[in-house]
Write a protein that binds this ligand. Structure first.
Ligand SMILES: Nc1ncnc2c1ncn2[C@@H]1O[C@H](COP(=O)(O)OP(=O)(O)OP(=O)(O)O)[C@@H](O)[C@H]1O
Ligand SMILES: [Mg+2]
Length: 336
């Protein structure tokens, strides 16, 4: 897949677009799926402009099929596609520093859990990875984030495409309310100009199968997405993210609004998906982190409320024999 600026896919969406109230639209899953960039502010610390510049050379971010090509053993399962390298990351809301100097390598084909007390910057960190952070007015980023060696804040990167390569799943499942199950899955693909019925049919089935939802919905694809249970809606949102051929899935407390059975299904699904994708999951549930993740990163915040990384290690080590006292206190429930 390529994330390049050569072929803007939302030519009708000018930078800085605002809603009638004069405020940027709220950040929703739609924002991420559609890749709209309302109210984009440049990230001066990074020093690159996210403007779409015609004629910029195509930048392949990973060798493999393009959007929607979810053939078995898709790109991400080959070689090491989906390696994230975060260095000296600082993230700000205006002058408030929410993230301080985070260095983290995130492996492909594995689940990395982010844990830490409320407000330490877990969501902010996730959103810096796929450049959703910059959708908040006044929000900026310093440092570098590379996906397979490519600077995701590079001047030749189209953030709209980047957000397809790094799909996001939110705490509350949020299918597009007016759309059928089928249309929800292919919403992102249609924005890329893919309209051929046979192709869309194939992507819908593959994505729903991968999201472990196909058997439950195959006979009612034309029904409204909101007619599904909460757990099914969350899997629908995962299918929607998968449909555009991501390499990375960023999950922000994806099961916290679900009952224990639906939670278990999501956890089983995550275990399946990690064979093909890089997965980063934020969770407040220590048992869940221990169950689903291979590596765990523990963040906390200093007196200035800036979040920082205390340690990252194999999950088994973080929960049994962490290096840092702060981590031990947190995972054993003595803090946070
Ligand atoms: N849009 C925003 N504008 C200004 N400050 C923000 C914004 N979003 C988050 N913050 C601040 O950034 C810090 C980190 O917030 P963030 O939501 O990333 O924390 P979190 O670790 O995800 O918390 P939780 O576990 O409660 O979800 C907090 O101090 C928060 O108040
Ligand atoms: Mg959060």
């Amino acid at each position: 897949m390529a994330i390049d600026a050569a072929q803007p896919e939302t030519p009708g969406a000018p930078e800085g677009r605002q809603n009638p109230q004069g405020r940027p639209p709220p950040e929703t899953e739609e924002t991420a799926v559609a890749g709209h960039a309302p109210g984009v502010r440049h990230a001066p610390g990074v020093g690159h402009s996210p403007e779409l510049r015609p004629g910029v050379q195509r930048l392949p971010i990973a060798v493999g099929p393009g959007p929607g090509d979810l053939t078995d053993g898709a790109a991400a399962s080959e070689a090491t596609a989906g390696l994230l390298e975060v260095r000296h990351l600082n993230a700000y809301y205006g002058t408030f520093r929410a993230i301080r100097d985070v260095d983290l390598s995130i492996r492909p084909n594995a689940v990395t859990a982010l844990i830490g007390p409320s407000g330490c910057g877990k969501t902010t960190f996730l959103r810096t990875l796929n450049r959703m952070h910059e959708l908040v007015p006044g929000a900026t980023v310093q440092g570098t984030i590379e996906l397979d060696g490519v600077d995701v804040y590079g001047s030749n990167i189209d953030p709209v495409r980047l957000r397809r390569v790094m799909g996001m799943v939110f705490q509350r499942p949020s299918p597009f309310p007016t759309m059928s199950i089928y249309d929800n899955v292919v919403a992102g693909l249609r924005l890329t100009g893919r309209h051929q019925r046979s192709e869309l049919d194939a992507v819908v089935e593959r994505s729903l199968r991968r999201a472990a939802l196909w058997d439950e919905v195959k006979d009612k694809l034309r029904e409204n997405g909101m007619s599904l249970s909460g757990g099914q809606q969350q899997r629908l949102c995962i299918a929607r993210a998968l449909a555009v051929g991501p390499e990375v899935l960023l999950m922000d407390e994806p099961a916290s609004a679900l009952d224990p059975i639906a939670t278990l299904r999501i956890e089983e699904l995550i275990a399946e998906l990690k064979q093909s994708y890089t997965i980063v999951i934020v969770t407040h549930n220590m048992q869940q982190a221990a169950r689903v993740s291979d590596r765990t990163a523990f963040l906390t915040m200093g007196e200035d409320r800036a979040g920082y990384l205390v340690e990252v290690d194999e999950t088994s080590r973080i929960f049994t024999n962490p290096r840092e006292r702060l981590t031990e206190d947190y995972v054993s429930g003595r803090f946070g």
